[in-house]
Design a protein around this ligand. Sequence first.
Ligand code: ADE
Ligand code: ZN
Length: 324
Amino acid sequence: MTSALITLPKAELHLHIEGTLEPELILELAARNGITLPFPTLGELREQYEFADLQSFLNLYYANMAVLVTAEDFADMTRAYLSRAKDSGVRHAEIMFDPQAHLFRGVELATAVTGIAEALASSEAEFGISTGLIAAFLRDAPEASALEVLEELLAMGAPIIGIGLDSAEVGNPPSKFVRLYKRARAAGLRLVAHAGEEGPASYVWDALDLLGAQRIDHGIRSVEDAVLVKRLAKEQIPLTVCPLSNVRLRAVDTLAAHPVVHMLATGLNVCINSDDPAYFGGYLGSNFQALVAEFDFDADTLATLAGNSIRSSFATPARKSELL
Ligand code: ADE
Ligand code: ZN
């Protein structure tokens, strides 16, 4: 990444903290916690990082979470991300975590929350990155489970700024989670949702109209619906696009076929993100670099993408003006 691209202040708004677990850290945490992994060497583990679709990635992503046991593990993972994000010129990060994925394997909510929150608390001083934490709910689990976990997070005073919706998209439409989003809105939380990654454009409509989502994670299949594109452009709904993720999960055939150029040309509010950088070939800088290499984006386009990320964030107005 060029130094101009690094120093351009950027916000990362679509990042799963569990997706930043690098293979080396997986092995280190497995050893620390006495866990035997199905793929015990770096070589064997790395061989698994070839994905046919979202589900094949999710299978490995959830399996690798087994090494996260103590609050210290969560803190170490989060600090490792922040350090790498700093190298990409990230100045503000809104980080998702999957509370249910940890609960379902017997790790208490407080363990995950305490560890992540501890690392985030020192992020501005240590890395110059302001942060927000978003609890993402698993759309392939029942809504009742999400509601229960949200109540627990609220009761424990977890420092979350919002909720999201992730995991297996097709067959799990936003309409499943109307009550969850209503409850989160009533609690004063911000609302985001994955939609239009593998799922159809109708899921983007529903995330907006049924859930009240303020930001759409991915949203690339919106381009299949011209009426939706018009609306997204008119309302400047932020779309947190993740190019390397889309290539690695085969949501697009190639980077050259990625709709990001078309999305920008139609006036959509697009920003660039890394999603699960340990799995998809790189952090935010690598995503920008890949776009520059493929599409020869000029300085104005890069500035638009970086500016969109900051404007679309939930940072305070003071922090936004500092970064813009
Ligand atoms: N969880 C982690 N990464 C995800 C993605 N790209 N889509 C849906 N759920 C996810
Ligand atoms: Zn995602």
